[in-house]
Design a protein around this ligand. Structure first.
Ligand SMILES: NC(=O)c1ccc[n+]([C@@H]2O[C@H](COP(=O)([O-])OP(=O)(O)OC[C@H]3O[C@@H](n4cnc5c(N)ncnc54)[C@H](O)[C@@H]3O)[C@@H](O)[C@H]2O)c1
Length: 266
């Protein structure tokens, strides 16, 4: 449970971020700050969080912009009176910007953008949140969104994979810097049913193509389905809760068994 905690979730206009913000409210958080570049989706999440019982406000922030990230932290603290939990959830994949996905074709500016959102953004957020988290008396912690793509190699995701691997290592390094005051953990989902993944099935032109894409996506999952955003949200809330008070610098798999073997059911 997150009784009374003040939380901030980046990239929470949809997907796992939205599901986590709602779950935080259900688990008793006092407030959840909703941040994204998508204002409409962010404001919808605010309403859902309020319905689930927590105070909430949308604070727009592009994670690539240092000043905006700093302002996001300051506004959260000012509006809600502190910060106890930072969920660094915002993240993008190169396929969000281009179809030239191999190392030979990926444009340099896309690599830079993925790096700025997936690795530098969470680093900035942790840097500016740290002094406030250190002042918290309600079990402060940071939870970072890793990925199986940061643990093993996948085709067509060299920027995504490298930045997620970086975020996993950054989690450990920041856990050392902030110990014992602030716990810092990460988790590594395989494919979860959110717009990030749905765009691949939506690109299918026939139902046969769609089925083929779906079965490829879950072929390496021992539990043969996509993860649900709500399942990831529950893990994030556990890591942020006082039940996880002795867990820091850790990497949690949440992947239907994907990383447990080197096989595929395809
Ligand atoms: N869905 C999956 O299969 C999966 C698997 C492993 C890890 N993850 C990670 O989980 C996190 C959430 O993924 P999701 O599937 O919910 O993604 P999503 O694409 O559905 O949502 C990502 C959110 O981030 C926001 N965002 C994008 N650029 C931003 C920026 N510059 N500044 C602030 N916000 C920005 C988007 O507007 C969006 O609301 C990501 O870090 C992702 O890498 C997802």
């Amino acid at each position: 449970m997150l009784d009374g905690k003040i939380c901030l979730v980046t990239g929470s206009a949809r997907g796992i971020g939205r599901a986590t913000a709602i779950e935080m409210a259900r688990q008793g958080a006092a407030a959840v700050a909703i941040s994204d570049i998508n204002e409409e989706g962010g404001r919808q999440t605010v309403e859902l969080v309020k319905e689930a019982g927590a105070d909430s406000e949308y604070i727009g922030c592009d994670m690539t912009d240092r000043e905006q990230v700093q302002a996001l932290i300051e506004k959260t603290v000012e509006r809600f009176g502190g910060l106890d939990t930072l969920h660094n959830n915002a993240g993008v994949h190169e396929s969000d910007f281009t179809t030239d996905l191999s190392v030979e074709t990926l444009p340099e500016e896309i690599f830079d953008r993925i790096y700025a959102i997936n690795l530098r953004g969470p680093w900035l957020a942790m840097k500016y949140a740290a002094p406030h988290l250190r002042r918290s008396t309600r079990g402060p912690s940071i939870v970072n969104a890793g990925s199986t793509g940061g643990v093993i190699g996948y085709p067509s995701m060299n920027a995504y994979g490298a930045t997620k691997a970086g975020l996993i290592q950054l989690t450990r390094c920041v856990a050392v810097d902030l110990a014992p005051a602030v716990r810092v953990n990460t988790y590594t989902p395989a494919s979860v049913d959110t717009p990030m993944v749905q765009k691949f099935t939506e690109a299918a032109e026939t139902s046969e193509q769609r089925r083929a894409i779906e079965s490829t996506m879950v072929a390496t999952h021992l539990i043969p389905r996509l993860g649900r955003p709500e399942e990831v949200a529950k893990l994030v809330c556990y890591l942020a809760s006082d039940d996880a008070a002795w867990i820091t610098g850790a990497v949690f798999s949440i992947d239907g068994g994907c990383l447990a073997w080197r096989g595929s059911n395809a």
